[in-house]
Write a protein that binds this ligand. Structure first.
Ligand code: BGC
Ligand code: BGC
Length: 678
């Protein structure tokens, strides 16, 4: 009751004081004028401090609204571990962002703030939001229209709290599944990454147009409650990341320890001929530019030893001049410190002069602003370069409509975790399932007796992976994702009352003949004849065999959640664990069929589990709608997913794509693109 009261009050306050646009008294504030005219007018009114502020992005954990005002910051982000101080709900987010936005608008020129976040599989930081499968699953689905709709839904859920900048899509073409970011990627194929990520960006950036049309209809019916009614909604900004060649990093080229974990590939070095770099890793960016992407984030990684954040040839020569990208270039989180220059000030100079427009330095905004001031006065950064960077930021803010609509979109509130969005996520889950093996175990049918086991069967954190509520994800507390459905809950829902499901994470099942009441329940609840018959048949089979407790056992295991280098592994680290193998062996004799479900961000070495399983399904990291897995298992939807990575048979089958050595190729279990239909 208390929680409800707090939320209610906040919501009331929010709708009472909407953030309104500035009056149109100056040319730059007049939305009828062309964007370029507005940019020129505003630039002409800005002091050096005003300009430098637009080039710096702070982190919300370190920056207060008062500092946004005094430092004239142009952008802010919530990193992976950065929910609002309290409460972490729609109202809490909206109030927090509104506080920062109000501070930005209170400066003399009133330039609205761009607030950014990593909504890489939906608005993962907000409990109750819709969580889509991580991109590796979407790559398996390989469906541009699905990507477009997911982009659109994500834009709407973010707009509900006033976030219009997403650090997605990641367009890395991944050579090596040992990289901890393989799950965030769209796989190993340049063309697939390009078409899927471009569809996402188009959907995301136009995501509020659909909302606008709906709002229009509601307005006609007199139901529109949005305080900003009548104004166009903003056009959100997507970010293609990480430029360039992040997915090509060489195993062993990275070796640092942060947060207690050693890296092997993340932030490492991509090596080889320029022609190869451009042919394999550049096309997704060309597709992004064609899709009108607003921002490009630079990669921590290097190419042939040269750090990307200082690579003027690739940042200016290729991205700007050859490709004609006109949006903004943003650095990655605290990435400047890796540049080969003496002192942080020279690292800042190097990045800005190489072509980085906005510096994501979450914790050091005051220091970076001081450095930029000094570099400007000493001429190490030319005034023209500053104007160029600032103009890019302003151009986007005008084009996005942020000056006219700086606040949250109240009409988007009901979309957060809505039935429509969850249905879309469930569809995405269904379409992303990859069937690797099936010897008469699938589809399941209603009325069967099923055993469900494994750590990942009933754990929302594990099935959602990294970038869920916290940077490297969580496990063990399903309450943290309200409205979400675990795989187990999905099996129960889709299986209905006639399907008898016994669940034990550790695979310790009682003999069903000892639980006669369960049989009674099945016969009583099965509402059609077939189901009763199926149940009777199942019982007969069990009795016939004498030693098996069920028709099928479903074992759900996989990877723990992780992010970035925390997920870097050596080849041995990609084996199913000894505990999971033991679980499979223990469950195997208890049912007539064993179905192995892998909840994972990348291929895993199956070892004995391959032969022990009658069916194997890769569920990837499905997110909040676990029932999509059950839909496919029960044959409600066909298996259409195809592997976005080749699947190794053993450790010698792991090596950098695309040019696998013949020895590595010989040790593959399934090629990229593999997937059975039934
Ligand atoms: C990641 C980016 C992310 C940024 C902001 C970095 O560590 O590499 O992908 O957008 O953090 O959270
Ligand atoms: C941030 C990431 C960053 C990581 C590493 C997280 O809180 O969101 O962007 O890479 O910390 O320190």
């Amino acid at each position: 009751m208390k929680g409800f009261a707090v939320t209610f009050t906040l919501t009331m306050v929010l709708s009472a004081i909407p953030l309104t646009a500035q009056p149109n008294d100056l040319p730059y504030r007049d939305p009828r004028r062309p964007v370029e005219e507005r940019v020129a007018d505003l630039l002409g009114r800005m002091s050096l401090a005003d300009k430098l502020g637009q080039m710096v992005m702070g982190g919300r954990d370190w920056v207060t609204p008062a500092q946004v005002e005094t430092q004239r910051l142009g952008s802010l982000l919530s990193g992976g571990d950065s929910p609002p101080p309290a409460p972490n709900n729609l109202a809490g987010w909206t109030a927090m962002i509104q506080g920062y936005q109000a501070a930005a608008l209170s400066t003399p020129l009133g330039i609205p703030l761009l607030y950014g976040i990593d909504a890489v599989h939906g608005f993962g930081a907000l409990p109750g939001a819709t969580l889509f499968p991580h991109q590796v699953g979407l790559a398996a689905a390989d469906n541009p229209d699905l990507m477009r709709r997911i982009g659109q839904a994500t834009a709407q859920e973010l707009a509900a709290v006033g976030i219009y900048w997403n650090f997605a899509p990641m367009v890395a073409v991944v050579d090596d599944i040992r990289w901890g970011r393989a799950f965030e990627s769209l796989g190993a194929d340049t063309a697939r990454v390009s078409r899927l990520a471009a569809a996402y960006t188009g959907g995301f950036q136009q995501g509020l147009e659909a909302l606008d049309q709906d709002r229009e209809r509601e307005r006609e019916r007199g139901q529109d409650q949005d305080p900003n009614r009548g104004q166009d909604l903003p056009r959100p900004l997507a970010t293609a990341k990480h430029y360039l060649g992040d997915g090509g990093v060489v195993f062993g080229s990275s070796h640092f320890q942060i947060r207690g974990a050693w890296s092997r590939l993340d932030r490492g070095d991509t090596q080889g001929e320029e022609s190869v770099l451009l042919a394999r890793h550049l096309p997704p960016y060309q597709a992004q530019v064609a899709a009108g992407v607003g921002a490009v984030m630079i990669s921590y990684s290097s190419w042939n030893g040269v750090r990307m954040h200082g690579h003027s040839d690739l940042l200016q020569g290729v991205l700007r001049r050859q490709m004609g990208f006109t949006g903004l270039v943003v650095s990655d989180w605290e990435a400047l410190q890796f540049l080969p220059a003496t002192g942080f000030d020279q690292q800042v100079a190097m990045a800005v002069n190489a072509g980085v427009d906005v510096l994501m330095e979450p914790a050091r905004t005051a220091e970076v602003l001081g450095i930029l001031q000094a570099l400007a006065s000493s001429g190490q950064i030319a005034p023209a370069r500053i104007d160029e960077a600032v103009a890019r930021v302003l151009r986007l803010k005008f084009a996005m409509g942020l000056f006219e609509h700086p606040g949250a979109v109240a009409a988007a509130g009901p979309r957060v975790g809505s039935a429509d969005h969850r249905a879309l996520a469930r569809e995405a889950v269904r379409k992303s399932q990859v069937l690797l093996k099936n010897q008469g175990a699938l589809p399941l049918w209603r009325g069967q007796r099923l055993l469900v086991a494994g750590s990942h069967a009933d754990d929302l954190g594990l099935q959602s992976g990294g970038w869920t509520l916290v940077w490297s994800g969580f496990q063990g507390d399903n309450q943290r994702l309200p409205g979400a459905t675990t795989l187990l809950a999905g099996l129960r829902e889709v299986g209905g009352d006639s399907t008898l499901i016994d669940y034990s994470p550790t695979g310790d099942f009682a003999d069903p003949r000892a639980t006669a009441d369960a049989d009674t329940k099945a016969v009583a609840k099965a509402d059609d004849k077939d189901e009763v018959q199926a149940d009777a048949k199942a019982d007969a089979d069990i009795d016939g065999k004498g030693d098996q407790k069920a028709d099928a056992a479903i074992v759900v295991v996989g990877e723990p959640p992780y992010s970035e280098w925390l997920g870097d592994r050596d080849a041995e680290g990609l084996r199913l664990t000894v505990e999971d193998q033991a679980l499979i062996a223990r469950v195997r004799p208890q049912a007539r069929k064993l179905i192995l479900i892998l909840v994972t961000g990348r291929p895993l070495i199956l070892d004995q589990a391959l032969d022990a399983s009658d069916a194997i399904v890769v569920a990837w990291l499905p997110g909040s709608e676990g029932a999509g897995v059950a839909d496919t298992l029960f044959g409600e939807a066909p298996f259409t997913g195809r592997l976005p990575f080749a699947w190794p048979r053993d450790v010698s089958g792991i090596g950098p794509a695309p040019n696998l050595s013949p020895a590595t190729e010989a040790r593959l279990l399934f090629p990229e693109g593999f997937g059975l239909s039934d």
